[in-house]
Ligand binder design. Structure first.
Ligand code: MTE
Ligand code: MO
Length: 322
């Protein structure tokens, strides 16, 4: 992988090619920030597609635990991942997020970690990256709107960050907040959601090793449309739990308010575990459309991660705690 590896080669990245690039990538250390983020567009059948560039991730490693790369299906092409997004801070048009977010810069980004912990701390991105090398984790992601992708995310378990700040015994939940800055996120002038976007996890969910504090995809830093510079991915939950562009992580005693639950509690639960047996009030969750493929797939309980996480919900009625 060289830094002059320009756009056309990865406009559409078939999984085989990507696998080769990964092998090359792992052969050596790549300097962070070697390539400035840049945005280019091309037209495909009259549709503008972004070919958003971002810097290669330094020191990407393969996780030692193979259960962190559990998705057996083909990867979704990078071009599709970065051109079909939900990010209401920019636009509610999934095909338009890439363009609407193109000018978003993350220089000087900071994340405050506070609340019920012994060592509250503000992390800049260098401090965050110093916690752990990014691990490449191939995870399924399933949107509540019944589409799905398989994405090579990069990051490390949120538990590593939380351990550093030493949560107190009274901390039962973790609350997350996205940047609130209407100048930089023009979609926030629309009050469809109450800003900032908020999400939350129960402490045991937050500490689960699959829960990924995510800084990259396809071996590169997150592009703006996917939540630069840092977002959550909780692969057994619906996509809306994967809050983007995080500026605050707080340890709290009670279940925190969360954006989609505030918007319509009967439709979007706090837990939001992928559950084919629990339909959304307006549509089934039994099947999904895998972006880039024809036909539909059966949706799996806990999005296929039941072996790892079902025990977290033992004894809970999943139709009550949807
Ligand atoms: N801050 C913020 N985070 C967000 C959203 C959003 O609108 N704002 N959309 C969510 C939804 S509904 C989904 S499906 C995923 C989409 O992530 P992706 O665009 O990287 O695929 O982001 C989630 N995180
Ligand atoms: Mo979603």
């Amino acid at each position: 992988m060289s830094t002059d590896d320009k756009i056309p080669a990865r406009e559409i990245t078939p999984p085989e090619l990507y696998a080769n690039r990964r092998t090359v990538m792992r052969g050596g250390i790549i300097a962070a920030g070697a390539l400035a983020t840049a945005w280019l567009y091309r037209k495909l059948n009259g549709v503008e597609l972004a070919t958003t560039e971002s810097a290669p991730l330094a020191g990407l490693v393969t996780p030692s635990d193979p259960t962190f790369q559990v998705a057996a299906e083909a990867l979704t092409a990078r071009e599709q991942i970065i051109n079909y997004n939900n990010f209401y801070e920019f636009t509610t048009n999934k095909d338009g997020v890439a363009k609407a977010a193109a000018g978003f810069t993350t220089d000087g980004w900071k994340i405050t970690v506070d609340g019920l912990c012994n060592k509250p701390r503000v992390f800049d991105m260098d401090a965050l990256r110093a916690i752990s090398p990014p691990e490449e984790r191939i995870y399924r992601m399933r949107c509540v709107e019944a589409w799905s992708m398989v994405i090579p995310w990069a990051g490390f378990s949120l538990s590593k960050l939380l351990s550093l700040v030493e949560p107190q015994g009274s901390a039962k939940y973790v609350a997350f907040e996205t940047l609130h800055d209407v100048e930089r996120m023009p979609g926030q002038s629309n009050d469809i959601l109450e800003w900032p976007y908020r999400e939350g996890l129960r402490m045991d969910e937050a500490m689960h090793p699959l829960t990924l504090l995510t800084t990259g995809l396809y071996g590169r830093e997150l592009p703006p449309q996917d939540g630069a510079p840092v977002r959550m991915i909780i692969p057994w939950k619906y996509g809306f739990k994967g809050i983007k562009s995080i500026v605050r992580i707080s340890l709290v005693a009670t279940q925190p308010p969360t954006s989609w639950n505030m918007y319509a509690a009967s439709e979007y639960g706090f837990f939001a575990n992928v559950n084919p047996d629990h339909p959304h009030p307006r549509w089934s969750q039994a099947t999904e459309r895998r972006i880039g493929e024809g036909g539909r797939r059966k949706t799996l309980p806990f999005n296929g991660y039941g072996e790892q996480v079902a025990s977290l919900y033992a004894g809970m009625d999943l139709h009550v705690h949807y």
